[in-house]
Design a protein around this ligand. Structure first.
Ligand SMILES: [Zn+2]
Length: 286
């Protein structure tokens, strides 16, 4: 990709260098004493409950120094901001055709671990989207994993990962995510897994839709980029990941689809640029 002179998204929240810290649950002893003293003094303690209680939340603790990024990390951050901006252009233009206004998601950069509305996550779990706070979370060290562990190097492989997570945001906005979750609750596990696969393949297809428009409308792609994207789709298929991590393939535990399926759906979005062609739920053959 040639990102020089491109718009960078301002929807980036930099939480690198912060750590989630569990702050405990319920009233502290000091808090209880404080409330007792207030009521003894004839003061209604209720308005002070919030002061004395500790919420069962995990809070982010800022480190003493601001995060010092390497020149390499600065480049990755810029690339991430340009790709996010380009997904905004794409979906701002496409979604109104489906009667939905696009709400731009926030992308959170973190290091090590992060607290989202969906819970605390470690970097090892990989990038993810949390529908509850509508944020995409990514520890950019995943880009190293992508190139070294999964053999999918290149900036467009990284862009594909961002566009896939943004694809989940689109599913959330159009209501697909909610429908799938409701259906999954009434299903045996194997069937629920298959629906998850269809969700994931649709997000891959949406990543392809983005790539189509980034290439056609804004000439963001360079020679070799499509191959990098396809390489990433293939590299992070469940069968490849399972073989890497467990040494065997268990199709029932697939939640993202096989390498071949991921490539096929990314390619479909890429070729047509039309989200309507991403109906993985209606497809007989994935
Ligand atoms: Zn996904």
């Amino acid at each position: 990709m040639d990102i020089r002179g491109r718009r960078k998204s301002s929807n980036i929240e930099d939480r690198r260098g912060m750590r989630p810290v569990r702050t405990g649950v319920g009233l502290s002893i000091g808090g209880v004493l404080f409330l007792v003293v207030l009521s003894l003094l004839g003061i209604n303690p209720l308005p002070f409950l919030g002061v004395a209680t500790k919420t069962p939340e995990v809070q982010m603790q800022e480190s003493a120094q601001p995060y010092q990024e390497s020149p390499q990390e600065a480049k990755l951050r810029e690339m991430t901001a340009v790709v996010l901006a380009d997904t905004e252009e794409t979906w701002n233009a496409l979604l109104p055709q489906y009667g939905v206004a696009y709400q731009e998601p926030t992308l959170v950069l973190f290091s090590g671990a992060v607290q989202s509305a969906c819970g605390t996550a470690e970097s090892a779990m990989g990038p993810f989207y949390c529908p509850l706070d509508q944020k995409v979370y990514i520890d950019m060290s995943f880009y190293d994993d992508l190139s070294q562990r999964f053999g999918a190097p290149g900036d467009f492989a990284q862009a594909y990962v961002i566009a896939h997570e943004v694809g989940h945001h689109v599913q959330n906005l159009v209501g697909t995510a909610e429908k799938v979750q409701a259906a999954q609750q009434r299903m045996p596990k194997a069937q629920a897994n298959e629906l998850s696969v269809r969700m994931e393949l649709q997000a891959d297809c949406y990543a392809g839709v983005w790539a189509h428009h980034a290439a056609r409308s804004r000439q963001l792609l360079e020679a070799g980029d499509v191959e990098e994207g396809l390489g990433a789709a293939s590299a992070i298929g469940d069968d490849r990941i399972q073989r890497e991590t467990q040494g065997r393939v268990v199709p029932d535990a697939f939640t993202h689809g096989s390498s071949e399926q991921r490539v096929r759906w990314f390619r479909r979005g890429l070729e047509t640029g039309n989200p309507a062609d991403c109906d993985t739920f209606a497809a007989k053959q994935l």
